[in-house]
Design a protein. Sequence first.
Length: 285
Amino acid sequence: MSYRKKHYPPKPERTEQAPPSVTEYKNPGVLKSLSTSRLTSGELPYQRPVVEKDVDALIRKWNLCALEPIVVSFRDGHFYVVDGQHRIAAMKKMNGGKDVMVNCIIHTGMIYEDEAALCHDLDQAKKAMTLGQSTHVDMESGKGVEALEIRRLVEEAGFMWALEKRSDKEYVISATRAVINSYRLLGGSAFSRMLALINRVWHGDPVSLSAAMLSGMALFIKTYEVEMNDHTFVKRLSVVAPDEIILRGKIDFSTNSVALRHARVIWDKYNSGRGGRKLPYRFVS
């Protein structure tokens, strides 16, 4: 009797298959390793600027096991980075500024608007965007119909709506939430009226375009839309610096509503001139 072990052919590896009733999900992109020198980043409006402190923070907590592939769109012969700019910057910085090879999920067949929409969805999932950045990218994707209309009205009134970066320049509005809330409160026509009055009275003064002023103006116009006179408003408020309205609004401790505080000051200044019809107090606390 032989004690030699019998040799059997190896059994084929079993491939795990999902039951017919289970839906299988796959990323439609193709995984491929690319040099960062081939990736286009920071040139398109939906691509947020790389913030150096965020890059440094990423390096400090660097974990290769948590490193996800860079999301890329291949379009018109270019590899556009949709998500992963800070990761790319961190890897290059750790490599002495030189390009590195990175894993990418490459999508094809996308147009610019698709890329912007995907960028928006990915950042929303990570909750990494500010409201201004989210609104900006939403407009770039073509989905932000309301934001696009707001921007159109803002520009028609002679202003620029800066969403990506705060600015203290004249005729530039950096407040995002206050602008959106004002538009929703007033509607398009009254919103345009508000911006026109601000322009005529304060001529693009950055203080007049602050969130507090916009909120106060919106509430004032909403409350007295029918009763107020635009000529009277311009005449009486033109002699009042927006800084004074802001200061008086700040020292009003009778309410926590920023809009109500500043609307009250505007109402008081409107009624302070001689002659003309005074506006009764109609604000609801």
